[in-house]
Ligand binder design. Structure first.
Ligand code: PGA
Length: 257
């Protein structure tokens, strides 16, 4: 049984005080939630991690970062190491988000190094993959997904894979209000699971959680979660307000598979 996982990617939004307010709001909204049924992860900007960790202390809500560097420490101006993220209270880290691939030169090779460094320090990587509009329209979706998966997972063992989460995020659906249909999401999620099954065996592939991301909102979460290979969501815009994100989490927790 794969436990549903809903993560909020706050991107480059929220000052420290705003982040504290949002985390407190979510704590209030979600206190009745059955955390045995759903795992909730908040991913604020680096500057707000410690303060949000303090708000989440003694709750079942987990903390994650939006990126990491792959060295433990050193002369790497501007970067943040896995050790520093652990120290700030993180359990998760988003790796290879399409915005990092698009604007900051992230490649499958750097994603691979970051996954290994995170696993080494006990952080759970949320590994993002997804095609852009041109790739989808030219019928290259599966080819791109295969490149992202195979390139990002070089030399990662089956045992390590069990400690990861995959996020399928079609770039054309991110921040556009244009969600993939549940059928489109399921088609790619199944493709990813079949690929993981070939790489690591069916038993391992069946355990790995695959989130969908791209314009997830309270209105579409239940339908998406209704699909057999959709195990959760990575939410951007709708995670920035306590009421919409908690509605998403609550609706996801109610979907029984
Ligand atoms: P969105 O972003 O929900 O605003 O589309 C998702 C993401 O980028 O993770």
């Amino acid at each position: 049984m794969r436990k549903t996982i809903i993560a909020g990617n706050w991107k480059m939004y929220k000052t420290i005080n705003e982040a504290i307010d949002l985390a407190n709001g979510l704590k209030r909204e979600l206190f009745k939630l059955d955390f045995a049924a759903v795992e909730v992860v908040l991913c604020p900007a680096f500057t707000a991690l410690s303060e949000v960790a303090e708000v989440l202390n003694e709750t079942d809500i987990q903390l994650g970062a939006q990126d990491v560097y792959y060295q433990d420490g050193g002369a790497f101006t501007g970067e943040v190491s896995p050790l520093m993220l652990k120290d700030a209270g993180c359990k998760f880290v988003i790796i290879g988000h399409s915005e990092r691939r698009q604007f900051f030169g992230e490649t499958n090779e750097t994603v691979n190094k970051k996954i290994k460094a995170s696993l080494k320090h006990g952080l759970t990587p949320i590994i993002c993959v997804g095609e852009n509009l041109q790739e989808r329209e030219s019928d290259n979706t599966f080819k791109v997904i295969q490149e992202h998966i195979k390139g990002s997972l070089v030399d990662i063992s089956a045992e390590e894979m069990l400690k990861t989460v995959i996020a399928y995020e079609p770039v054309w659906a991110i921040g556009t209000g244009k969600t993939a249909t549940p059928e489109q999401a399921q088609e790619v999620h199944k493709y990813i699971r079949d690929l993981l099954s070939k790489m690591y065996g069916k038993e391992t592939a069946d355990e790995i959680r695959i989130q969908y991301g791209g314009s997830v909102k309270p209105e579409n979460i239940a339908e998406l979660m209704g699909k057999p290979d959709v195990d959760g969501a990575l939410v951007g815009g709708a995670s920035l307000k306590a009421d919409t994100f908690s509605q998403i989490v609550t609706k996801a927790s109610e979907v029984i598979k």
